[in-house]
Design a protein around this ligand. Structure first.
Ligand code: 3PG
Ligand code: MG
Length: 391
């Protein structure tokens, strides 16, 4: 895939619309994880240090219209701290007042538009909204990897409107795409994919695509129980998506034909109810009990495979890792990924949160800032935000 890079844009004295994914978790107005903000700053810095004007834009959460709790002001404040320079936080998106104010911004300044999703035109890809946004800048840089799977106005519409010679990929976008290319195109073998999370239905497209690319697939989390049931293993009252049993059987058969080793949990931590923290280790899940984490033998078997891998990609926790009673499986996998000398990539969302919670993020080669976006890349899809950048 060919992209114009940031360095190829002459930004001096020009207004650059910069789409970032500043959709960070907030608790009572406080940012609880600023990874996405930190990772987006090199691009903004590069624009202003070269005398450009960075007109940044992002969504936050999933508001229906204006929502006071989802204003971007706290994000602008954090940006300002990280950049060491003021950030003008607009309280509107694309009104005439904003358009006038943006034109008055001096070279080297940074502004942040209000939450794009306050306008329903953003997610609808509305033509009028796209035009008003595009009119705020002369150039466009997309650094919102985490939003690349959304065909929204600011992601897909604006770059199309401005035209290819005015558009470039930001540093974070380039870094993310390079990391996933290293996993998906000609990776160092053996390639081990670790998949987890609650719903097997969310991961089937990923599994289908990865079967052509990996040597081993390690499956944990609740999604493993549908696979175990498909293999005829008793799973007690564990979460199973019955509608997907047949597809899981087909996948297991395809994996056998392709010589891909699929490792499912062989022991578990289980409890009589989801809410219960009475974790019991077992090899066979008793009737009436549900599995909530992989057991120690499984964790050790997974770790052995990870240690020998040339490339590892991990998406989805092994159990209910937010609760200490069921964190051990995810922690063991996180430790194994951190210790692996091969090329290691952790998908965004829950797995990125887990690796950070265990203090191991810096020991992984790449922690993605995109949850849904990284998943769709692993599915082999061409994402709208990436398509819009191709030159
Ligand atoms: C994300 O966190 O997944 C991205 O910021 C996109 O947000 P969305 O899932 O609400 O579209
Ligand atoms: Mg999402």
């Amino acid at each position: 895939m060919a992209f114009r890079s940031m360095d190829q844009l002459d930004v001096k004295g020009r207004r650059v619309l910069v789409r970032l994914d500043l959709n960070v978790p907030l608790e009572k107005g406080r940012i609880t994880d600023d990874l996405r903000i930190r990772e987006a700053m090199p691009t903004v810095k590069s624009i202003v240090e070269r005398g450009g004007i960075a007109v940044c834009m992002s969504h936050l959460g999933r508001p229906k219209g204006v929502d006071e709790k989802l204003r971007l002001a706290p994000v602008a404040a954090r940006m300002s701290e990280l950049l060491g320079r003021p950030v003008t936080a607009f309280t509107e998106i694309s009104t005439d007042a904003v358009a006038q104010a943006v034109k008055r911004l001096p070279a080297g300044s940074v502004a942040l538009l209000e939450n794009l999703r306050f306008d329903p035109g953003e997610q609808k890809g509305d033509a009028g909204f796209t035009q008003r946004l595009a009119a705020l800048g002369e150039l466009y840089v997309d650094d919102a990897f985490g939003t690349a799977h959304r065909p929204d106005a600011s992601v897909a519409g604006v770059p199309k409107l401005l035209g290819k010679d005015k558009v470039a990929a930001g540093f974070l976008m380039a870094k993310e795409l390079k990391a996933f290319a290293q996993v998906l195109e000609n990776p160092k073998r053996p390639v081990v994919a670790i998949l987890g999370g609650a719903k097997v239905s969310d991961k089937l497209a990923v599994v289908q695509n990865l079967l052509d690319k990996v040597d081993a697939l390690l499956v944990g989390g609740a999604m493993a129980y549908t696979f175990l049931k498909a293999r005829g293993v008793p799973v007690g009252a564990s979460r199973v998506e019955a509608d997907f049993l047949e597809e899981c059987k087909t996948i297991l058969a395809r994996a056998r034909v392709r010589g891909v080793e699929v490792l499912l949990p062989s022991d578990h931590l289980c409890a009589p109810a989801f809410e219960s923290d009475e974790a019991r280790a077992c090899e066979v899940i008793p009737d009436g009990c549900m599995g909530l984490d992989i057991g120690p033998a499984t964790a050790a078997r997974f770790a052995e495979h990870i240690a020998k891998a040339g490339t590892v990609v991990w998406n989805g926790p092994m159990g209910v890792f937010e609760r200490p009673a069921y964190a051990a499986g995810t922690r063991a996998v996180a430790e194994a990924v951190a210790a692996c000398p091969g090329y290691t990539v952790v998908g965004g969302g829950d797995s990125a949160a887990a690796i950070a919670a265990f203090g191991l993020a810096s020991r992984v080669k790449h922690v993605s800032t995109g949850g849904g976006a990284s998943l769709e890349l692993l599915e082999g899809k061409l994402l709208p935000g990436i398509e819009a950048l191709q030159s």
